[in-house]
Design a protein around this ligand. Sequence first.
Ligand code: C5P
Length: 427
Amino acid sequence: MAPILSGKRIVLGVSGGIAAYKAVTLASRLTQANALVDVIMTHSAAKFVAPVTFQGITQRSVATDTFEFWHDAGRLRIGHVALAHAADLFIIAPATAHTIARLALGLSDDLLSITALSYKGPMLLAPAMETNMWTHPATMGNVQTLRDWGVDFIGPEEGRLASGEVGEGRVAEPEDIFEVACKVIGRGGPLDGLRVVITAGGTREPIDPVRFMGNHSTGKMGAALARAARDLGAETVLVHAPLAVPPPGGVSLVPVHTAQQMYAAVMEELPQTDVLIGAAAVADYRPSDSVNYKLKKSPQQQVISLERTPDILHEVGRQRGEASPGPQLVIGFAAETNDLEANAVDKLERKNLDLVVLNDVSAPDSGFAVDTNRVTLFERDGNREAWPLMSKDEVAQAIMQRIVARLGRLDWKRSQPKAEDGSIESR
Ligand code: C5P
């Protein structure tokens, strides 16, 4: 779930291309996140997908006609003015070359373009067209004009196009548009201007080219933390070992495999990091004599000797307070099966952390590979809090709220310019 979208007014512009069918999935995703989605279709979009499809999914009227009026706070208002003033975010998916050109030229010859011209807030475009249209200097120039005005773009991607050819021009996947929409709408939030670096996933330590020592971590908790930080306006970096879940969109991804690689990546990030969260299950040991050929079976018992890997958070904690400013907050996770509290307190002190999030990985509803977590917080000042069973998304959001509070940003007012209020009741 993405609470950042809850109650938000989103105008979803759909222009005419085969990819219009993907906008249906996007509209559904946004509606499920409790956003109020007003779909505007161009006349050609309505040839590809019937407006009633969007109407059913969003449970709201779909607009296609510039000359329609909307009921707004007891008044009849001109449709495009009412829609543009009420919106928190304007998405156009798919955005055709023609629609992009009209926006760049400031034309207003249909409801979509006139609403876009009347709108002042954040805008996200997901272009879709044939490769030659996308790479044409006219389109490239129009895209650059819109970028210079602060419009965000996602895609297009390489892939199979409507013509059957393969090339750049395929619309971004609805899930990816959804993720970037969360980021765009979250901009200017309480973590604005801060860089949050999160480690996630279970490291893999090679034994030979085909085998490794690993653990059961899926990276779900780390991915949830990255989404939560992104949605509060942070510039978010996810340093991740292989994940069993799709990586979050709208964050910088730094893929690694081993503890050593994760250590190097975090150390490189450290000087620019404001908040570091270690949610990765980092191997404590690695095979000391990993070989570059596949080991063969033999009748003899095999012994793998192990050596220590670097402890990333311990090193970060050790360096804190040295010359470089370093992160303002460093947060660790404690995945324990026994002596839970003693282990958590020990980590807090030994690794010089501000906060340790303890989870009992032996409980079936908590820890690895499940969607829920039951955690206890241990803070530097001695504060302890046991939280009830929650989804990992909820745990991540609650941890971010704690970070916001600790950074003194609870009263943060969104710095993003907002359209003036104009709530629309119905048409
Ligand atoms: O002491 P332990 O390894 O159990 O501490 C767990 C915490 O330390 C987690 O936040 C984990 O991401 C981090 N860690 C680390 N580097 C290691 C091992 C664990 O950063 N080599």
